[in-house]
Design a protein around this ligand. Structure first.
Ligand SMILES: C=C(O[C@H]1C=CC=C(C(=O)O)[C@@H]1O)C(=O)O
Length: 363
């Protein structure tokens, strides 16, 4: 099963006629007309297996999921990768490499392994994720249909890697973050601070520059405003830029665009190859985190979200891994970056009904 809930509608894929773990084979089958739809997840490292299926039925309607209340689970065990101290050290080291000129920006992430006190049904968690943000953004991908793993990838990503309809491509990159506050006056002041933060504006510009450059390979009229706007989730303020471009060849598929554009510097860095190498050395394999989740129809139209604010729920339905990362640039502060991972983790933790991770505050 596949579900992508967005403010403008919900896409559901049911059944699996065929599965693909090789993105190039999936892309070729779509382009040749051998298959007429595709749903699923692309990993961060395209050399890793994807989880793509040709659904028996692809159903598209014009309402998001209604969303449900948060669940009420308690962790019986929590393991952080890495510890707070180690993450601060990694950020400090990345800043040194940036100052040395090895890389311009690199996104470093932390993961948390949690074992819950009781099982969670993937569809129940999907509803809780959709209920946790005003846009009812949420996704759920049964990874087993393609990989046989029995796991589900679930999340509430606010970030559209791309949407393709006919010859029009839109992207909505997010980069640059600050925590929401329950106090409206403080919340507004935090948002205003983000909009004028030189460090966050620089962090954001890497992503827009990358998308402008990659889109120009296939598109004319790439239109991106010169300054970002504010967007928010339930937990986080972001800088975001709406980008629009016109494809030279409208037969280019949304999947091909996802492979061309991602992983962007919102989740990887600049230059992409150097940043990806640093991430591999520092974090190891990311799996599906920071890849893309989405769908594509027979005309090549579709939508792909950046796989963030997400978790992988294992076959036992009690064990899960969730992730949060942040873009490191020259003026990043290790403690600030640690705190950023903590408030980004709240999206998934809130949906599960988990208050704290039972660790010292900054862990
Ligand atoms: C990498 C993540 O967020 C990205 C998206 C928005 C803002 C980001 C930032 O401010 O660093 C990240 O680029 C994540 O949530 O794990």
């Amino acid at each position: 099963m596949f579900v992508l809930s967005r403010p403008h509608g919900t896409v559901r894929g049911r059944g699996a006629v065929r599965g693909f773990t090789d993105v190039d084979a999936a892309s070729a089958a779509l382009r040749s007309g051998e298959i007429d739809a595709l749903t699923g997840a692309i990993p961060f490292d395209l050399a890793d297996p994807a989880a793509l299926v040709v659904p028996e039925v692809l159903h598209i309607d014009d309402a998001p999921l209604a969303g449900g209340p948060p669940l009420l689970r308690t962790p019986v065990s929590t393991t952080l990768h890495p510890t707070a101290d180690e993450h601060r050290e990694r950020v400090a080291h990345a800043v040194k490499r940036i100052v040395a000129g090895d890389v311009g920006k690199v996104v470093l992430a932390r993961s948390v392994d949690i074992v819950l006190d009781a099982e969670v049904a993937p569809t129940e968690l999907l509803d809780a994720l959709a209920g946790g943000n005003a846009g009812h953004n949420a996704f759920g991908v049964d990874l087993g249909a393609a990989t046989g793993s029995g796991s589900w990838l679930l999340g509430a990503s606010p970030e559209v890697l791309l949407r393709k309809s006919g010859s029009v491509v839109t992207c909505h990159p997010y980069a640059g973050s600050a925590p929401r506050s329950p106090d409206p006056v403080v919340d507004r002041a935090i948002a205003d601070g983000l909009l004028s933060s030189a460090k966050d504006l620089a962090e954001h510009a890497f992503v827009v520059d990358h998308l402008r450059d990659r889109l120009s390979h296939l598109c004319d009229d790439v239109d991106a405003p010169s300054t970002p706007q504010l967007q928010s989730t339930g937990e986080v303020w972001h800088l975001a830029t709406p980008i629009r471009a016109t494809l030279r060849d409208p037969a280019t598929t949304a999947l091909d665009l996802a492979l061309l554009l991602g992983p962007t510097p919102a989740v990887c860095g600049t230059p992409s190859d150097v940043a990806a190498q640093i991430i591999r050395e520092v974090e190891g394999e990311r799996g599906f985190y920071a890849g893309a989740v989405g769908w594509c129809d027979g005309a090549g139209d579709g939508e792909w979200m950046v796989t963030i604010r997400c978790l992988e729920l294992e076959a036992d339905r009690r064990s899960l891994r969730t992730w949060a990362g942040g873009g490191i640039v020259e003026h990043s502060d290790p403690q600030g970056e640690l705190e950023e991972t903590a408030f980004k983790l709240r999206t998934v933790l809130n949906a599960l009904g988990i208050d704290g991770l039972d660790q010292p505050r900054n862990d």
